[in-house]
Design a protein around this ligand. Structure first.
Ligand SMILES: [Zn+2]
Length: 175
């Protein structure tokens, strides 16, 4: 990414301690994606940090579906906005964002690593080992699967072959 095309700074109340904090929003022009907003909030008093990424253009609620067959699709660029949920139906994996969830820019493979990281924190036992094995094979491009991203604000994007449709029962329940 090159220099930001715009920078805006403003003050808000820290969501954790209520103190005044400075937020910075940078806009970048990114090929295939259009304008991308990256915002940074850092609270000096309590240490709260939030980095968020989303596309500048909000849209209709959308379900984005990627058929992953191997390495090519694993390298697709993904912008997952803060409010978007993610599911991999073949593995029974679902992620729904909490109130302080952050948006990020990653790849399809990066999302598999997010799930692996979450498993390490929250999950023990046989079923988890099975999912971990599945995810490790998926990272290596040895299993086919579907990645489903559901975004109520339409700010998520996938750069690559993807199907866009309406939010339906394939989406994890949004809070
Ligand atoms: Zn704070």
């Amino acid at each position: 990414m090159s220099e930001p095309i715009a920078l805006r700074e403003f003050e808000l109340n820290c969501p954790q301690c209520g103190n005044k904090v400075k937020a910075s929003v940078y806009a970048y022009e990114v090929p295939y994606l259009g304008p991308l907003l990256i915002s940074v909030v850092k609270c000096e008093s309590c240490g709260f940090r939030r980095r968020d990424v989303e596309t500048a253009e909000a849209g209709e609620p959308v379900k984005i579906k990627v058929k992953v067959r191997g390495e090519k699709e694993l390298r697709y660029l993904v912008v997952k906005s803060a409010k978007a949920s993610v599911a991999i139906p073949e593995a029974g994996l679902e992620y729904t964002p909490g109130p302080y969830a952050q948006g990020y820019i990653t790849t399809v493979e990066g999302i598999l690593h997010e799930f692996l990281g979450a498993l390490d924190v929250t999950c023990e036992g046989g079923r988890c080992e099975e999912i971990r094995r599945w995810l490790n094979e998926a990272v290596e491009g040895r299993v086919e699967f579907t990645l489903v991203i559901c975004d109520p604000e339409g700010k998520s994007r996938v750069v690559g072959e993807a199907e866009r449709g309406a939010i339906d029962e394939e989406c994890p329940l949004l809070h």
